[in-house]
Ligand binder design. Sequence first.
Ligand SMILES: [Zn+2]
Ligand SMILES: [Zn+2]
Length: 151
Amino acid sequence: MKNQPKTGSCQCGAVRFELHADPVDVYCCHCLECRKQSASAFGISMPLPAAAFNLLQGTPKKWSRPTNSGGEIDCYFCGTCGSRLWHENSKRPDIRIIKGGALDEGVSLENADHIWTCRTLPGLPVASFARTHDRGKDMAADRETDVDQDK
Ligand SMILES: [Zn+2]
Ligand SMILES: [Zn+2]
């Protein structure tokens, strides 16, 4: 089972995808964009090579927004149930940023970087061992993300 691809879907199951590689990083981003995007406390972003991403079923809808650095982020979601599934940055077309909550198997956040923790909601516990970054992490900003778009 070790080489079984990871699978994910929207909440209603109309859109399904699989990953043929493990994501290179896991970010929990507490910025306002990610809070809105997830309609929750923070967004989970997991970048991986675009070639390792395979859409299995369904046709997601796309919403695009500009980034502060002059690029554009394409946000893919299910048009039926609304679940956000993955992002693509026009400046990094070789990367897909998977939204972690969409994966069928729960994602481990043990090694996640928590970014924009200056925006963390009051009362939200972040493990004491977690790597935290008050604002965006440079590496993350290069790769995508939602982190350069805090407002
Ligand atoms: Zn759906
Ligand atoms: Zn964010």
